[in-house]
Write a protein that binds this ligand. Structure first.
Ligand SMILES: NC(=O)c1ccc[n+]([C@@H]2O[C@H](COP(=O)([O-])OP(=O)(O)OC[C@H]3O[C@@H](n4cnc5c(N)ncnc54)[C@H](O)[C@@H]3O)[C@@H](O)[C@H]2O)c1
Length: 391
């Protein structure tokens, strides 16, 4: 952190006691010392929210019982005391009302994925972000890994040649049995269409896979042929998704998103095949990127080395050999979004200018989920998946 850097005031909705990703957001946001948590409505009920805020040492005046009270309370403060941004880390169904209220109030937002439930909601958010000019980030955190940025640079520089095929897999096994029947918190809402949205595994992790493939290859997805299955009896959403993809320019792809693959933990893997070389990256081994040029031995690129490009170097904090992983990648999304907030640059252009996923990528993810479900319901017909939101 430079001495000139302004410490930003963070507010949080969700992420209370017993929650999963909220603590990751707080750690990631504060990793570089440029953010401080000052306000929150951390849980779904007022008592629990207060208890959660107390555990984190929040000022009682800014430990709010509901997110509505939080926005109202922050707006009543002098501008220099208010939160600079609010992170939304609730189950999916709460994202839209909170995000909309924040954007309308002129408050910058960091929202987890999938952004919202429907394309109509996503379009509304896009136009509100456009008119308010706030910074809006969506935590597709896998794009924050240094070697994912290196992979992106390699593709953009033409090291792979023309991209022919993309295989992206997100393999998990934690929902292989009916965990939700025992009330497990994270499984409970993820398998409920009213709180999760139209997609199960395809929404929860398939949306990450879609974003990772698009971020690295820059290819536009044009068509989807999707097969969604619910293997676990009594479940109402898909727990296994197998998709064929077509991209503009003729590249083909395969996307797998599964939560019933016993033995797999958080096995996100991206392979990209060009006509000159291929690359291979795995989230569980994030400090290595394998490049396989045609007719040559494979090369293993490692994080933290001078031979990497600037984007990968900028996204690293430790020298090579000291593993960096999930927290650091997540922190890179925050760091870039916070740079935009400090610079006062928001709206729809900020994400590409500062390299973080924005409301547009979030909306594209929602569109992807809808089109996948549409294809699967139409007996796996090829479905036009081009994303062109009405602005
Ligand atoms: N980017 C990632 O890698 C990643 C990983 C996990 C989860 N997620 C996303 O993060 C979000 C949260 O997931 P999770 O696994 O942490 O869920 P969780 O169930 O563990 O936690 C959700 C939290 O939100 C709170 N909450 C619910 N309704 C609220 C309300 N109205 N006001 C205030 N707080 C409320 C709950 O009390 C809880 O503290 C989801 O959108 C999920 O898809 C993203």
């Amino acid at each position: 952190m430079t001495t000139a850097q302004r410490v930003l005031k963070m507010g949080m909705v969700g992420g209370g006691i017993g929650a999963f990703i909220g603590a990751v957001h707080r750690t990631a946001a504060m990793l570089d010392g440029g953010v401080r948590l000052v306000a929150g409505c951390l849980s779904s009920t007022p008592d629990r929210a207060h208890e959660s805020g107390r555990a984190l040492g929040l000022d009682p005046r800014r430990n709010y019982p509901t997110w509505e009270k939080m926005i109202e309370g922050e707006l009543a403060l002098p501008p220099q005391e208010r939160v600079d941004f609010i992170s939304i880390v609730t189950p999916n169904h709460v994202h839209f009302p909170v995000a909309l209220a924040c954007v309308r109030a002129g408050i910058n937002v960091v929202c987890d994925k999938p952004l919202v439930h429907t394309s109509e909601q996503a379009s509304q958010l896009i136009s509100e972000v456009c008119s308010s000019g706030v910074v809006f980030a969506v935590t597709y955190n896998y794009s924050g890994y240094p070697l994912v940025k290196e992979a992106r640079d390699l593709v953009a520089r033409g090291e792979l040649g023309r991209v022919r095929k993309v295989i992206v897999e997100y393999n998990q096994g934690w929902l292989a049995s009916r965990l939700e029947a025992g009330g497990q918190k994270q499984a409970d809402w993820r398998t409920d269409p009213a709180r999760s949205g139209a997609g199960g595994a395809i929404g929860d992790i398939g949306s990450h896979a879609e974003h990772l493939a698009a971020y690295v290859t820059g290819l536009e997805l044009t068509d989807i042929c999707a097969d969604l299955t619910t293997f676990v009896e009594g479940r109402h959403l898909d727990d296994d998704a197998n998709l064929l993809l077509r991209f503009s320019g003729g590249a083909k792809g395969v996307l797998v998103a599964s939560q019933i693959e016993i033995g797999h933990e958080n096995d996100l893997r991206l392979r990209v095949f060009g006509d000159a070389a291929s690359l291979d990256w795995r989230q569980e081994e994030p400090n290595a990127l394998i490049l396989r040029p045609q007719g040559q031995p494979e090369r293993v690129l490692r994080r933290g080395n001078d031979y990497l490009g600037q984007a990968a170097k900028d996204a690293s904090r430790l020298p090579s050999g000291h593993p960096e992983a999930f927290f650091e990648a997540f922190a890179n999304v925050y760091r870039n979004a916070c740079r935009a907030i400090r610079a006062g640059v928001g709206g729809l252009d900020a994400p590409s200018a500062f390299d973080f996923p924005g409301v547009m990528e979030g909306a594209r993810g929602v569109h992807f989920i809808e089109k996948t479900v549409q294809s699967a319901r139409s007996d796996r017909k090829w479905t036009d998946a081009r994303f062109s939101p009405a602005l």
